[in-house]
Write a protein that binds this ligand. Structure first.
Ligand code: SF4
Length: 198
């Protein structure tokens, strides 16, 4: 991050630097949690969490090494390997979701890129997004999105289910994921998109 722009919004260079450190701590906490949950067999993420292999190796060495040492969870799972292949078949869709998230990232830390790619990979699963990411409840996912992709969190002011919300955004932007109705209020699938997510 370029600290040369510090002070433009009244913040000092020290405050900006502290913000970067805090963001790195928070984001790396989520990365480690997502990785541990995948290795424990929860959710639908592939072994590389949706990242390209070289990016995952970099991420792993930089942020997950101590988790490797402590938990010995460094091999991945057979299911995770199969999901790698399934993800490759849907990379175009993954790319659209990744770009949506990237357009609305908080720009606090480069780890938002990895988180966008992981969340996009979670959208390839068939369950609620928080379950497909291996979180223990929806709140964890909502907190992550609010932190890393705040504009999207603010836009979801009707508390739509996250996966449905992301696809709805793509639909509105002219993507290929067309909703069954022009308006949510008139849509027979309303409960699929807005009902309880638990
Ligand atoms: S309620 Fe219907 S129109 Fe609205 S996002 Fe869901 S499927 Fe699309």
């Amino acid at each position: 991050m370029n600290l040369a722009v510090s002070g433009l919004d009244g913040r000092t260079a020290e405050q900006d630097a502290a913000g970067v450190v805090n963001s790195e701590v928070l984001y790396s906490y989520y990365l480690r949690l997502l990785w541990q949950q995948q290795r424990a067999g929860h959710g639908c993420l592939p072994n590389h969490l949706g990242l390209y292999p070289l990016n995952f190796i970099w991420l792993s060495q930089r942020y997950l090494q101590s988790a490797h040492d402590v938990h010995g969870l460094d091999r991945g799972t057979e299911e995770g390997e199969l999901r790698e292949e399934l993800l490759e078949m849907r990379r175009d869709e993954w790319q659209e979701l990744r770009e949506l998230l990237m357009q609305h990232r908080a720009h606090r830390h480069v780890l938002e890129v990895a988180l966008a790619e992981i969340v996009a990979a979670g959208c390839m699963g068939g369950d609620h997004l928080w379950r497909d990411l291996g979180f223990t409840d929806r709140r964890q996912l909502s907190d992550l999105i609010t932190l890393a992709f705040p504009e999207l969190a603010a836009r979801n002011n009707a508390d739509m289910k996250w996966k449905k919300f992301f696809y709805r955004q793509l639909c509105e932007e002219g993507g290929h994921f067309v909703c069954r109705s022009p308006s949510c209020e008139a849509c027979a699938a309303w409960h699929d998109c807005f009902g309880p997510e638990n």
